[in-house]
Design a protein around this ligand. Structure first.
Ligand code: NAD
Length: 468
């Protein structure tokens, strides 16, 4: 059987030679990563020009192909990751949107004219700056949104004119390769993109330590990000790391709408989402009825096979992760937490779990759970709620539920996060918005336009007019 093509970068000798899956476990080794990076770097430096209009057309066509291949991509995502088919299909559509947005940005890769005559030294000169691609982008992605998070790196990097080497998560290489295939079929030159499915400790480390890499765009956990930063040294970094997202529910919030949104935000993708609702601070006057509504709705969720369109909550990515979540909930229980529903593991499944009475310094409160667990805590005054919401090493997104717009805007101004969703939970984004957060949630912002900004740099051209 012919092994599948996994990377089609042009090697340094200029010959067009696809890399092929090696025998063994199918993972790419460090040596092959170096070959892929060298190929992309050579094409970027000396390959044929790839104009902005060609980039726009290729990425627009890629968006169309993603929709045409939606069934196949949906199946792949659900088979490899832990998404249900419903969640996988939604991601396919998001991916097409991200590629469409990327294509549209080709028209805005402008620069600016520079006011040289604003200083005596500039007299007799005029000039401008353009946005230039940084060169070779190393894209490293996690398992939980295995298609769209890749599109968030490859779309902006390619439309800006860079070359990209992608290292997808160990668990989801085939989804990544299917997207690279879409890009190649859509007209992205084969020497501008390479995929190196491999282990983090080997292929990942080889990629981030390669001196030909100009920028590392990483999405994953904080500890991995920290390790990458140490390995990469003084290389440009764009990092989307974890979350531990809070939601504040004020006394005037609608019980049903709020509970419905909290349950969806906490248990979608079995909580394996950086935007998952993890901590809910609810006004004490409403805490009992709100908790009861959340618990009732959580019990009504269908936990089951990923392949069943009727399933609401599927498994975690593997049994090891489910066991970790079990340990963390047991720890909370041991320290006095009340488990209202869930609190039980079955192989790689962890039942959607609602906790109250969790001490503030326990891991389900302080760390990113990345599993189907939500903790509810009552508050008496809003200052306390804001303090508790901010009392975390992360700062990705937050939600606030209230009918009082002044209160909502005041809370939004005081939350130290990348985005605040008013009358919604933390678990909302559109692919065009700046995405990321302060503290341990990352470095810089993604979201198509922001990523392009990070993946380009200004270049000045100045003209000295000949003396008359
Ligand atoms: P992870 O950090 O374990 O792995 C992410 C990627 O890094 C994988 O491709 C992995 O192989 C690679 N990697 C691991 N060690 C490496 C090394 N030493 N050098 C280079 N690469 C290495 O994350 P995961 O478990 O796949 O995903 C879950 C995490 O991702 C969560 O923490 C979640 O919050 C985060 N995440 C963040 C966002 C965001 O936009 N903020 C979005 C999705 C997921």
């Amino acid at each position: 059987m012919t092994p599948p093509t996994v990377a089609r970068s042009r090697p340094p000798d200029g010959a067009s030679r696809p890399c092929r899956l090696p025998p063994g476990d199918g993972f790419i080794a460090g040596r092959q990563v170096a070959e892929a990076v060298a190929g992309v770097a050579a094409a970027f430096a000396t390959g044929s020009p790839w104009r902005a209009w060609q980039r726009r057309e290729a990425l627009g066509q890629a968006a169309t192909l993603v929709l045409q291949r939606a069934d196949q991509l949906t199946e792949l995502i659900s088979a490899e990751s832990s998404k249900t088919v419903r969640e996988a299909r939604a991601e396919v559509h998001r991916c097409a949107e991200t590629l469409r947005l990327s294509a549209a940005e080709a028209a805005h890769l402008g620069g600016q004219t520079l006011p040289f005559d604003d200083t005596p030294r500039g007299t007799g000169r005029f000039g401008w700056s353009t946005r230039e691609p940084v060169g070779v982008v190393a894209a490293i992605t996690p398992f939980n949104d295995p298609l769209n998070l890749i599109a968030h790196k490859l779309g902006p990097a390619l439309v800006a004119g860079n070359g990209v080497v992608l290292k997808p998560a160990e668990a989801t290489p085939l989804t990544a390769l299917a997207l690279v295939e879409v890009l190649l079929d859509a007209g992205v030159p084969a020497d501008r993109v390479a995929a190196v499915p491999g282990r983090g400790a080997e292929a990942g480390r080889a990629l981030v330590s390669n001196p030909l890499v100009d920028l590392i765009s990483f999405t994953g956990g904080f500890r991995t990000g920290d390790e990458i930063a140490r390995t990469a040294g003084a290389t440009r970094l764009l990092m989307e790391l974890g979350g531990n997202c809070p939601v504040i529910v004020c006394a005037d919030a609608s019980r049903r709408d709020t509970a419905e949104a909290v349950v969806a935000g906490a248990f979608g993708v079995a909580g394996q989402n950086c935007l998952s609702v993890q901590r809910v601070y609810v006004h004490a006057s409403r805490a009992e009825e709100f908790t009861a509504e959340v618990v009732a709705r959580t019990r009504a969720l269908v936990v089951g096979s990923k392949a069943d369109p009727g399933t609401d909550v599927g498994p975690l990515i593997n049994e090891g992760e489910a066991t970790r979540v079990e340990r963390w909930v047991d720890e909370a229980r041991h320290h006095g937490a009340t488990v209202h529903t869930g609190g039980r593991r079955d192989c790689a499944y962890y039942l959607p779990t609602v906790l109250t009475d969790v001490p503030p310094d326990i891991r389900v409160m302080t760390e990113e759970v990345f599993g189907p667990v939500v903790s509810i805590e009552p508050f008496e005054d809003i200052d306390h709620a804001v303090r508790r919401a901010n009392d975390t090493a992360y700062g990705l997104q937050a939600g606030v539920f209230t009918r009082d717009i002044d209160a909502a805007l005041d809370i939004a101004a005081r939350l130290r996060v990348g985005a605040v969703m008013i009358n919604d939970t933390s678990d909302f984004r559109i692919d065009a918005m700046p995405f990321g957060g302060p503290k341990r949630s990352g470095i810089g912002r993604e979201g198509v336009r922001c990523a392009i900004e990070a993946m380009t740099e200004p270049k000045v051209v100045a003209v000295r007019r000949a003396a008359a």
